[in-house]
Design a protein around this ligand. Structure first.
Ligand SMILES: [Zn+2]
Ligand SMILES: [Zn+2]
Ligand SMILES: [Zn+2]
Length: 142
C-alpha cells in the first residue's frame, strides 16, 4: 500500500486515483494554485476535470491532509504541510510564497491574550515583503 493510500484510509477517505494523484502532487512541496495542481495531475491521469480537482482538494482539506491558503490578491493555493500552524511570507513583486515556522515547541500565536471565548486552532499570519530575486531586480532597476 502506498503512503497516499495509508493517509487516505487513516482519515476514513475512500482511495481514488484522483485523490492519490493530488496527494502525490502536493507531497512534492510548495504552495500550488489549482491550475498548476490540475496540470500536474493530468500528467499522471488521462482525464481529470478542474472541478474534480477542486472536489478532491476540498475533501483533503476537510480531512486535514492539505491546507488552503489565500493571500490577499492571490488565488487560493494548496500545500501538504498541515497541522503545525506555520505562517507564510509573500513577495509583493512576484507572489512567491515561503513557509515561516511558528515558534518552535509552542505556538504563541494560538495563545492570544484575549480569545473572546473562542477555541482557537489556527493563526493566519502573513508576512509581506520582497523575495531575493525581486530585491536584485529592484537594485538593477535603480
Ligand atoms: Zn519576488
Ligand atoms: Zn506553507
Ligand atoms: Zn506564530
Amino acid at each position: 500500500m502506498s503512503s497516499g493510500e495509508e493517509l487516505l484510509r487513516s482519515k476514513g477517505l475512500r482511495v481514488t486515483r484522483p485523490r492519490l494523484a493530488v496527494l502525490d502532487v502536493l507531497a512534492a512541496g510548495g504552495h500550488l494554485e489549482v491550475d498548476e495542481i490540475t496540470r500536474r495531475v493530468r500528467e499522471r491521469l488521462d482525464s481529470v476535470s478542474t472541478q474534480a480537482v477542486y472536489d478532491v482538494l476540498g475533501a483533503l482539506s476537510r480531512a486535514g491532509l492539505s491546507r488552503r491558503i489565500e493571500p490577499a490578491g492571490s488565488p487560493a493555493r494548496y500545500e501538504a504541510r498541515t497541522g503545525d500552524n506555520h505562517h507564510h511570507v509573500v513577495c509583493r513583486g512576484c507572489g512567491e510564497i515561503a513557509d515561516i515556522d511558528c515558534a518552535v515547541g509552542s505556538a504563541p500565536c494560538l495563545d492570544p491574550d484575549i480569545d473572546h471565548g473562542f477555541e482557537v486552532d489556527e493563526a493566519e499570519v502573513t508576512f509581506w515583503g520582497l523575495c531575493p530575486t525581486c530585491q536584485a531586480r529592484r537594485t538593477a532597476d535603480d
